[in-house]
Design a protein around this ligand. Structure first.
Ligand code: KMH
Ligand code: ZN
Length: 307
């Protein structure tokens, strides 16, 4: 595969931001579908999907909504890779988060590789008011742990193994790479690995070039160059600088309103399409090209048939 082809994943809505932060954050299933199709048209080979309560935007696990979104995307786009979250939201139980795998049997599923403190309370301070009651409570909480114990990891991986879902390994700190190494060495996880470095959440590693380099170097040491595929998903204002760092070091990127609401300083992104388009522009300036879904499947070692 041409080394100049790089995967853009787009995380469409997630469970970090709340609707009062941006009117452009998609909440209703039809909006999540449209945003996914727009992202794919702009160059995203993969879309990362969460669903929300259509009435108030709260992240939920609702199979009907997930199915509606997946069907809606597939009706218009047969190619884009669909990655379903098993991170859900930090307020959900592990069983609830894991349940999407046997029910939806996605081609790709996120797999969070370690527990961490989860601090969104500083973000809450920036907003004087919220439109929905749940939003402030969701953000302004200093006692949240995003639970991804070894037991939780093994449960989710066993579902993925059974359903043929490839794990996208979400790594929030260097220690999580050692968790992956343990899982690999003990046959709980199989190569080839697809690792997503998720940076910039309070409780995780930061998003500076040094942080990205540290994660990359640790992964190189543990797994060996060429033995894994990696990408960077930076939360917040560093999304473009961190993804550019990934591109420079040979990695892939994830962007999207899930983790970053801004196209530029003080300028809200009006869509996921805008964020993907900007990333594709940066890539082309570096003489790189966004991988098509079919090229991305080859890079990730996915079957060429879709689910
Ligand atoms: N938005 C990221 C910080 C998942 O969906 O599995 C976390 C995430 C987790 O994407
Ligand atoms: Zn997510």
């Amino acid at each position: 595969m041409d080394k100049n082809k790089r995967i853009i994943s787009c995380a469409i809505t997630g469970a970090v931001h709340v609707p009062s932060m941006s009117k452009y954050l998609p909440v209703k299933p039809e909006d999540i579908i449209e945003e996914s199709l727009g992202a794919a048209e702009a160059g995203a080979a993969s879309v990362h999907i969460h669903v929300r309560n259509p009435q108030n935007g709260e992240p939920i696990t609702n199979f009907e909504l997930f199915e509606q979104v997946i069907k809606g995307i597939r009706e218009k786009n047969k190619e884009v890779i669909i990655c379903v979250t098993t991170g859900g939201s930090v307020k959900m139980t592990v069983e609830e988060r894991a349940s999407v795998i046997p029910r939806l049997r996605p081609e790709l599923g996120s797999m969070n590789c370690g527990s961490l403190n989860w601090g969104l309370f500083e973000i809450a301070k920036k907003y004087p008011s919220f439109n929905y009651e749940w939003e402030k409570k969701f953000l302004d909480d200093k006692n949240i742990i995003f639970v991804n114990t070894f037991g939780a990891i093994e449960t989710i991986l066993s579902y993925m193994d059974k359903e043929g879902t490839k794990p996208e390994l979400e790594v929030y700190d260097a220690g999580h790479l050692y968790n992956i190494k343990y899982l690999l060495d003990n046959g709980i996880l199989r190569s080839p690995l697809y690792i997503q470095f998720v940076t910039g959440i309070l409780g995780s590693i930061g998003s500076s070039p040094y942080d990205i380099m540290q994660l990359h170097q640790t992964a190189e040491r543990l797994f060996g160059a060429g033995n894994y595929v990696w990408s960077v998903a930076a939360a917040g204002k560093s999304q473009f600088t961190s993804s550019t760092m990934s591109l420079l070091l040979g990695g892939h990127i994830r962007v999207g309103l899930e983790d970053n609401l801004y196209l530029d300083k003080g300028v809200l992104a009006k869509s996921n399409r805008e964020l993907v388009s900007k990333s594709a522009r940066i890539m082309r300036e570096l003489s790189l090209e966004p991988a098509t879904p079919s090229e991305a499947r080859e890079i990730l070692g996915l079957n060429q048939t879709m689910s």
